[in-house]
Every structure is written in structure tokens, then in C-alpha cells.
Unconditional design. Structure first.
Length: 186
């Protein structure tokens, strides 16, 4: 019996190492790819209209925030099924957002904030904290989801207490950034 437990622990540990390595690689690769695409010079006019994507991003971020709050409510009420469904929905929405965001910045024109005065400082503070925390949230979300779906609940709870507020902040500030810059889209 002890041999079976030891083998299962080693198997889980081996699987964990593989998955944690993939999570680490994705946590570095995703922000690097986004940065490269964001700053990559455009090669002329694109035939693809992506002008609708910023509004879609705001909708996806809004829906992600709602899913996160519903998930939090469900876990507080002990509804594990509802929590899991809500959090996987938030993960799916964020994944769609990421693909769409990369597409927009690869194909679309860069928009510069045109406000001034105090609003300019507020915008850039929100934008800067949003970007920094969006980078930080990648490994946190991946770890939280992995630990949750593999039923490693102690690890899930430990990481999720950080993931939830940061993820919620990133989702909400994503909407705020859109609302503040939307008048300057061409």
C-alpha cells in the first residue's frame, strides 16, 4: 500500500513538474510575445478591419469581472460546481481576450491617449498598474486553474487569495482604460 502511495506521489510530483514548467514558460512567453507585437513596426495598411476589437476587449473584461465575482460568491456559499464553472468561464473569456488583444495589436493602429491635466495622470497610473499586474496575473491564473482542476485545494487556496483580487483589478482596469482612451480611436 505504501508503495502505491509513494508511486502516486511521485507521479503527481512528476506531472506537477511538467505542468509547472509549461506554466513558467507561458508566463514568460505570453508577455514577451505581446510586447514584441505591440512594439513591432507595422508593415503598411492591413486589409483586416480590427477597429471593433477594443470595444470587444472591454466587453470581455467586463464579463470576466462578472464571472470572477460570481465565482467568488459561489465559493463563499460552498457551491463548488458553480465556483468551478464561473472560474473556468473567466479563464475562457480571458483567453479569448488575449488572442483578440494580440490580433488587434498585430494588425491595428496604435492609439495615443489625448487627454491632459489630472485625467492624463489618472489614465497613465491606471494603464501602468494594469499592464504590470496583467503580466503578473498570467502565472497566478494558470497556477490557480491547474491546482483547482487537479484538486490540489490547499495549493489552490494559497495562490487564489492573490489571484482573485489581482485578476479582478486587471479586468476592471481594462474596461477603465478602454473608456478613457476610446474617444481617441480613429
Amino acid at each position: 500500500m505504501n508503495t502505491v502511495k509513494t508511486n502516486n506521489a511521485q507521479l503527481t510530483s512528476s506531472n506537477d513538474k511538467k505542468v509547472l514548467t509549461v506554466i513558467a514558460l507561458l508566463s514568460v512567453a505570453i508577455p514577451v510575445v505581446v510586447a514584441i507585437l505591440f512594439f513591432l513596426p507595422k508593415s503598411g495598411e492591413s486589409n483586416v478591419d480590427v477597429s471593433y476589437l477594443p470595444a470587444l476587449h472591454a466587453i470581455l473584461n467586463s464579463l470576466t469581472a462578472i464571472a470572477l465575482l460570481v465565482g467568488y460568491y459561489n465559493i463563499r456559499k460552498g457551491n463548488i460546481k458553480g465556483h468551478r464553472a464561473s472560474m473556468l468561464t473567466a479563464f475562457g473569456l480571458s483567453s479569448i481576450f488575449l488572442v483578440s488583444y494580440v490580433t488587434y495589436h498585430f494588425l491595428g493602429d496604435r492609439t495615443v491617449f489625448g487627454g491632459d491635466g489630472a485625467l492624463k495622470y489618472i489614465y497613465y497610473f491606471i494603464l501602468l498598474t494594469h499592464i504590470v499586474l496583467a503580466i503578473a496575473i498570467v502565472p497566478l491564473v494558470l497556477l490557480s486553474v491547474y491546482f483547482g482542476i487537479t484538486n490540489q485545494l490547499v495549493r489552490h487556496r494559497r495562490i487564489s487569495k492573490w489571484t482573485f483580487p489581482i485578476w479582478l483589478y486587471v479586468a476592471v482596469t481594462g474596461v477603465l482604460v478602454y473608456l478613457l482612451i476610446s474617444p481617441y480611436y480613429t
